[in-house]
Design a protein around this ligand. Structure first.
Ligand code: DAH
Length: 346
């Protein structure tokens, strides 16, 4: 009898349980499939007498609903446990995914450190344009017209109307000294960081652009002793106490006297290594007393005021600090390189 069959199948459906997708699919095919038991029973139902239909119809519908509800409930469990195609299972107890934090560029780190040290001595920060005229880059700084001193720096001239004009990409940040002094009267005590350009073939040791920090201190009675003490303090702060300095006489058109400053090699502590070419010393900057001609060119009374200036390459300082041997790394922006400075001096 159909009634008995339904009772038996109801027991079977009630007893069924699984956490397995394959088994559940078998269950679905068996009971709910197009050739399944429910379809079969409904087919048989068509043949029963009208009196029986009234009773059986209800039982049959209940059985169908029971089976569908069972299938749905089990299906939800299986899906949430295993994750079906397209549904990623969520495990809320897993630790979160970390964010990739950006890193500061090593040159930015070094520039900031330099600025911070000089801030403590009362130096402010100033900037000037990267496209400069001959006056600010050369003439005001005492580079005579047509003098070979201009060849010290391979300049990128900007042509005006096809003619080589007197506009150029600045070759050094010393041009900002001129702009600063022209715009006011002493005292000046400022640091001038910026990008500079030179017409050089790109290699591990030279680049067509790099970065400098210029320093200028002009007031009454500023002496070479002030220059030495300021730079000595800077080196102790930047490279640690005990770092030695030495000044070698040099030449720059805009300073008199001029010097280059070396520090005891930070890598080998003066023992001799590749970095210092086994001399124990490395050069880090040029400096000197501002030439009176430069002060006068900028409208400053050279009888009343004196000053010192210095200029250093930021790449050079970073090179010594992080032992970065190839200058090209600074501008290639290779994430594998930049990432390494994540934890440094944030
Ligand atoms: N401007 C020089 C250069 O680019 C560096 C320099 C030397 C700057 C001596 C100065 C200085 O202010 O006094 O090579």
């Amino acid at each position: 009898m159909l009634q008995d069959q339904i009772t038996q199948y109801t027991a079977e459906v009630n007893a069924f349980d699984t956490h397995n997708a394959d088994e559940l699919e078998q269950f679905r095919i068996k009971f709910l499939g197009t050739k399944g038991i429910i379809k079969d029973i409904f087919d048989q139902f068509k043949a029963v007498s009208p009196e029986e239909k009234r009773v059986l119809g209800k039982v049959l519908n209940e059985f169908k609903q029971l089976t569908e509800a069972k299938y749905q409930a089990l299906n939800e469990t299986v899906e949430s446990e295993q994750g079906l195609a397209g549904h990623v299972q969520l495990d809320l107890t897993l630790p979160g995914e970390g964010f990739e934090v950006g890193a500061r560029h090593p040159l930015a780190l070094v520039r900031r450190e330099i600025i911070e040290i000089f801030n403590k001595l009362g130096f402010s920060v100033a900037e000037g344009p990267e496209i400069e005229d001959d006056w600010h880059n050369f003439s005001a700084l005492n580079f005579p017209e047509e003098h070979p001193a201009r060849d010290m720096q391979d300049t990128f001239f900007i042509k005006k109307g096809g003619e080589k004009g007197d506009i150029a990409l600045r070759t050094h940040t010393s041009s900002v000294q001129v702009r600063m002094m022209e715009a006011g009267q002493p005292p000046f005590r400022a640091l001038m960081p910026g990008r500079v350009y030179r017409n050089e073939a790109i290699s591990a040791r030279a680049h067509c652009f790099f970065h400098q920090v210029e320093g200028l201190y002009v007031d009454e009675k500023v002496s070479f002793a002030d220059l030495k003490q300021t730079l000595f303090y800077f080196v102790q702060e930047l490279y640690g106490e005990g770092t030695k300095v030495r000044f070698r006489p040099s030449y720059f058109p805009f300073t008199e006297p001029s010097a280059e400053m070396d520090i005891s090699c930070t890598i080998c502590k003066g023992e001799g290594c590749q970095m210092c070419k086994y001399s124990g010393w490395v050069e880090i900057l040029g400096c000197g007393m501002v030439d009176p001609n430069v002060l006068e060119n900028c409208g400053i009374d050279s009888k009343k005021y004196s000053g010192f200036a210095f200029g250093m390459g930021i790449e050079r300082i970073a090179n010594l600090k992080f032992e970065i041997k190839d200058l090209r790394l600074f501008s290639e922006n290779d994430v594998r390189f930049l990432k390494q400075y994540k934890s440094a001096l944030i």
